[in-house]
Design a protein around this ligand. Structure first.
Ligand SMILES: [Zn+2]
Length: 383
């Protein structure tokens, strides 16, 4: 039984349709006079933002919408949003969308008072100011960003930096499954598999494994694994959507306290060099990293195989079944399976492996040490 710390959001609300009665919900919990909603244009165009704004206005909470968040949000976007929030005297921030708007909202909530520069916040525990109330509303079931204390920002051409601080943890996460019903199947699949990877890697993490994150990871994997195929095939099944959102949130809490490893480390270069979406990148390397980890982690994969009800007697048999179960899910949801399917040339493998080795922050969490030649071999197997 290890000693450990555990951080999570203050409050979670799982309610279909909650976003369109957000004004009422916030009024009962916070003193707000002027709030900013951080989102992207696509969600505005889809009509998802309007009911939220209407509900806030009806409750007497004036709202300013900042809808300029792009994928892999830049430092300039964060600064622009914060400046706008400051000039309107905003005293609360809502992140509404996928990981990008939520990550920007986290930073606006601590930048709005103008007491500390963004450049001083990068790294772990560098935020010195208190945030204004922060409410996160995910519109995809995947990143878990609504419950994590990390914000990733693009600072240069291809460089990213992270702000990691319990001070950017939301006060309230609102999970409204109706917001996710319109998501296309391929996005549901990729984000859902990303969430499953969060649960798996949190459960097998080398450094901060603890009983609370383990319990969350196991339940998350059951919810996600049991509903991902249905959510992809039948997007309007709100029960499946609610289970996915809940599972992704629980996996988020889990990996916020028991960090992810080599699947993410090897996935990031696919995003950085070839702009493969995060969830798909994870899915492409997942079975190959698990096979690589088996000599050190088969007892843990066997436990996860038990959780999702797979057969097998020995740890090795159960691990093989577990990897096959994940492969079957990838096939059922129709996601690309090989690096060549997403037009990554074999000649790129060396550069990808070198890049993956730079992800030391993640690699230290992996149950088995990964060398450059291991990374190369994993990419070759995935190609
Ligand atoms: Zn992820």
């Amino acid at each position: 039984m290890p000693e450990f710390g555990f951080n999570s959001v203050g409050s979670v609300l799982i309610e279909d349709g909650a976003a369109s009665r957000l004004g009422e919900i916030l009024k009962a919990r916070f003193e707000l006079e002027n709030i900013m909603l951080v989102t992207d244009k696509c969600l505005v165009d889809l009509g998802l933002v309007e009911p939220v704004v209407k509900s806030l206005e009806t409750a007497g909470i004036p709202v300013i919408v900042f809808d300029e968040v792009e994928a892999d949000p830049s430092e300039a976007t964060v600064k622009k949003a914060a400046l706008k929030a400051k000039s309107f005297g905003v005293d609360g921030v809502i992140g509404f969308g996928g990981g990008s708007p939520m990550d920007v909202a986290k930073l606006v909530s601590v930048l709005v008072k103008g007491e500390q520069e963004l450049s001083e916040m990068y790294g772990v525990d560098q935020v010195r100011v208190c945030k204004v109330p922060l409410i996160q509303i995910p519109t995809t079931a995947g990143t878990g960003s609504e419950v994590t204390s990390v914000s990733i920002i693009t600072t240069g051409e291809n460089t990213k930096m992270g702000v990691v601080s319990s001070r950017i943890m939301a006060d309230l996460a609102v999970l409204d499954a109706t917001l996710t019903c319109g998501l296309p199947a391929h996005i549901t699949a990729a984000t859902g598999i990303d969430a499953m990877v969060h649960a798996i890697e949190a459960y097998t993490t080398a450094i901060k494994k603890n009983p609370m994150s383990d319990a969350l990871a196991k339940e998350a994997l059951q919810l996600l694994g049991g509903n991902i195929v249905e959510a992809c095939k039948n997007g309007n099944n709100v029960d499946a959507r609610r289970a996915m959102l809940t599972g992704a949130m629980m996996a988020g809490v889990s990996f916020a306290n028991a960090p992810v490893g080599a699947v993410h480390a090897l996935a990031y270069p696919l995003g950085g060099q070839f702009h493969i979406p995060h969830g798909l990148s994870n899915s492409l390397v997942l079975p190959h990293v698990l096979k690589f980890n088996t000599p050190k982690a088969d007892h843990l994969y066997a436990e996860l195989a038990d959780v999702v009800g797979l057969a097998g007697v020995t740890n090795m048999q159960k691990t093989i079944e577990f990897i096959k179960w994940l492969d079957d899910i990838a096939e059922a949801v129709g996601i690309e399976r090989r690096l060549r399917d997403v037009r990554i040339p074999e000649s790129a493998i060396e550069g990808l492996a070198e890049d993956a080795m730079k992800q030391t922050r993640l690699l230290v969490n992996n149950p088995r040490e990964v060398t450059l030649s291991d990374a190369r071999a994993i990419y070759e197997a995935a190609w």
